[in-house]
Design a protein around this ligand. Sequence first.
Ligand code: NZQ
Ligand code: ZN
Length: 399
Amino acid sequence: MLPAKNFTFHSPTKIIFGAKTIQELKNQINQKAKVLMIYGSGSIKKNGVYDQVKDSLRNHNVLEFSGITPNPRYETAIKAVEICKKENIDFLLAVGGGSVIDATKFISIASKYPGKDPWDIMPHKNNKSTNLFQPTEAIPIGTVLTIPATGSEMNAGYVITRESTKEKLTRIDQLVFPKFSILDPETSYSLPKRQTINGIVDSFVHVTEQYLTTFRNTKISDRFAEGVIDTLISEAPIVLKNPKDYSARANIMWASTMALNKLIACGIDNDGATHTIGREITAMNDSDHAKTLAAVIKGVFIYKKQQKMKKLVLMAERIYGKKEGTDEEKADFAISETIKFFNSIGMKTTLSSVGIKKENFQEILDRIETSIKIMGFGLGEHRDIYKDDVLKILELCDP
Ligand code: NZQ
Ligand code: ZN
């Protein structure tokens, strides 16, 4: 069996976890700092999170910037960059979900960007991944997470959409790791069902894109990954039935952070194909991130079944309890049980659920081609998925 790949694990974000921990904010941000609090479209005002933040920071100098939308827009973020420059902001506090946190990461880098056009921070069609601007300065960030989903609260990635060109792009910068993230599971009580489900599915796919890859002797990463998936499966029906079940909300929140803080990535290969295809669908029609993943994942699993076989077998045995049968039968079982789980919590797994019909395939393929040019390699853990493969994947998805 192959051993673990060499890896570097660096995780500088302090996690403050638990009920009523927002009051800790005042101790985490220097009182002399000029803070810009960044949030979305108002959910934090309805659920009391805004008041808790303001109360804790009552003796700090806090300015506000609101209106970050889901799939956060460059066009909005750039307005906050102007404020940061004009007001000499020296700390950014993101209060919200992945969209608010990702926008804040971009604002942090863009506010110190020495070039002319901050869009050039992102890898885009005239700006290849291999040739990217490497920042040396950024405004420090802290977060108060309100939706467990993306893992952005404990990683260095961010995804930004440019409305005018319908591009949705992603990059990683070590400088934007949050200094701290406050994870109070009670903040997620107010999530609409749709967002609770989105978060569970997004986290689940983050795990499978790491776990269901090359079969290596990576016992620690595998067992952590299985723990995260198992937790999502057992706690999902509980929070859907009782949104204020603290312990289930707490388990989901920590599972979701663990799904993409790179701990389960140690020593393993990284897939990412489902995310890359899903991201292009969102860029086309603004679908929810998690919904696109659920629509595409079955095609990726089936198309890559032979390469992923041994890990699918492990998943069938350890997660879904299937001990009997051939490897092929076990792999098929892991795939069908995963789809069944998504459907059981109310997540659709069809292309039509994210507005995609056969006539849209060509646009997806063109976009994937551009994305591969930007990255410089194919998709998937073997970097061997190209445009023609994506067509076959789309044809294997449920319409
Ligand atoms: O805008 P507000 O009013 O805050 O409402 C939000 C938004 O409408 C609402 N919401 C959040 N917390 C709530 C709440 N409503 C009630 N109660 C609460 N406690 O939920 C809606 C969705 O929020 P959003 O932040 O968009 O969700 P999510 O965390 O799923 O973020 C999705 C974005 O993150 C990117 C996605 O591509 C997408 O743009 N991702 C970021 C990653 C990363 N940085 O590592 C990785 C992911 O794979 C993903 O690509
Ligand atoms: Zn995701």
